[in-house]
Design a protein around this ligand. Structure first.
Ligand code: MD3
Ligand code: FE
Length: 217
């Protein structure tokens, strides 16, 4: 009781919940950045529009994606990779906005990963019905570096398994402003997102946007 009441005071930060070894959930952590974050996001998307990429197997993803930073995650018939060039525009990805970097670094530090220096930010756009099947993130070079994820807009049910695809996933509801830092053993856990439920968010409307900050190289 006392620990909860005084968490912000004694610990100098908002609620911090370890949902698995190395996976730290910071409820509402992005709220303080929102004022600058949303306009910065709009500017990125203007330069590098959302697109539905294809998996190597030829299926179109239900999630639309774009990137900012020195590298962007892309998938096409030839496979998955990080690329310095946006294949749609032929130009470099937009620079990572200062507020993006600040948010990612402050969240990582709060979770115990001080010194995190992301060079890639994958931006996922979900509309009602969009989903992401269970997968591991393993296209980065150094799995000792965490991934920081920021949820915006409509809530989603996040599926969080284990090191084996067959490990039964636990379910977490991620809401606007929630940040999760995935490091340590959880870095290679299988995860996904259940089909987005219909709804309308006050500031973002009928969508969910997820930012994932990565150190690709
Ligand atoms: C757990 N995105 O882009 S974010 C992805 O909500 C991705 O758009 C989901 O999975 C989304 O790759 C989930 C949470 C997340 C991101 C990376 C992880 C969880 C993770 C890496 C390892 C373990
Ligand atoms: Fe992932």
């Amino acid at each position: 009781m006392t620990a909860d009441l005084f968490e912000g005071v004694l610990d100098a930060g908002p609620a911090r919940q370890e949902i698995a070894e190395g996976a730290i959930l910071l409820r509402g952590f992005a709220g303080a950045f929102e004022h600058d974050l949303i306009p910065a996001l709009r500017a990125v998307v203007e330069q590098a529009p959302f697109r539905h990429m294809h998996t190597p197997g030829g299926r179109q993803m239900s999630v639309a994606m774009t990137n900012c930073g020195n590298f962007g995650w892309v998938t096409d018939r030839t496979g998955y990779r990080y690329d310095a060039v946006d294949p749609e525009t032929g130009r470099a990805w937009p620079a990572m906005p200062a507020v993006f970097l600040l948010l990612a670094q402050q969240a990582a530090t709060r979770a115990g990963f001080a010194g995190f220096a992301p060079d890639a930010c994958l931006i996922n756009l979900y509309e009602p019905g969009s989903r992401m099947s269970l997968h591991q993130d393993r296209d980065e070079r150094d799995f000792d570096q965490p991934i920081v994820s920021v949820s915006l807009g409509l809530p989603a049910v996040f599926l969080f398994g284990g090191l084996k695809r067959s490990d039964k996933p636990r379910r977490f509801r991620l809401q606007h402003g929630d940040v999760v830092v995935w490091g340590g053993p959880s870095r290679l856990f299988f995860h996904g997102v259940a089909p987005l439920t219909e709804g309308e968010h006050d500031s973002l409307g009928r969508q969910r946007i997820n930012l994932t900050f990565r150190k690709a190289r």
